[in-house]
Design a protein around this ligand. Sequence first.
Ligand code: C2E
Ligand code: CA
Ligand code: CA
Ligand code: CA
Length: 276
Amino acid sequence: IKEENKNDYQIFKTSLTEGFKERLTMENELHKAIKNQDFELFFQPQIEMKSKKIIGLEALCRWNHPEKGLIPPKEFIPLSEKTGLIVELGDWVIREACRQNKLWQDLGLPKVKVSVNLSARQFLQRDLVRNIESILNETGLDPQYLELEITESMAMSNEQFIIETLKGFQQLGVNVALDDFGTGYSSLKYISQFPLSKLKIDRLFIQNRTEQNVAIVKTIIHLSHSLNLKVIAEGVENEEDLLFLNGENCDEVQGFYFSKPVPVKEVDLLFNKKLS
Ligand code: C2E
Ligand code: CA
Ligand code: CA
Ligand code: CA
């Protein structure tokens, strides 16, 4: 090996080790964070088009790191998923979202649903339905005020198990929305067989309104309504987005145009603000 190539290899090896160390450090820190409950939920309103009222709040997790401050989910959810820590973290998220929603209701805020994202690994937990049932019992939240968001990616594995789990939620009275719709392996067979209550159009289609994407949005809205499902669009950032979706009869909208995800202490303000 020539001297310079040897150096390249050395650099390569070092950076590999660095990456590995970094991952290990983060994994350790995540473990600690879960133990210390160093996480925080932010909430983003979901608005019903015809009443212009908030009917739901999506719970979005942030890691409140002692030195680094708030870390966005894309920086720790994938690793949590890979290491299995997502099961414990996800459990905390469901419990916290239910507890908080019940508290708001008891404080007299208008009753709305809280939507919680479920990761694939979490969804495949055998005792998920019973677990959620006991969280509802412990927090006292009426099941109709909890909604779960799942993605298409988990629909590919173990179809029968998924149907049974979804039926379990249906029996509990908990609604399920299919998130990021249109970006994964959508199969019309799944959508018609799964007991779902809502499709959530991915923001990709809303934000990049090419002729094709407009056609896709219209088709998803039609499809939802013919299957008796509600449809919500995410990533609504401006008035044009809203007018477009209103014209296409989309049931609900969510996005920066109304509000970014806000911390718990700012949620009551959302209900006083005039929404469009
Ligand atoms: P998602 O479920 O698709 O959540 C919507 C994301 O889009 C949120 O990012 C939200 O802040 C962002 N968003 C909302 N409105 C707009 C808009 O008008 N424009 C743009 N550009 N973005 C908008 P966030 O909070 O960073 O979350 C990213 C992803 O992390 C989520 O995507 C979800 O997949 C995941 N995630 C967040 N919290 C949890 C959790 O508790 N559990 C699991 N499993 N995943 C979570
Ligand atoms: Ca979501
Ligand atoms: Ca989404
Ligand atoms: Ca997404």
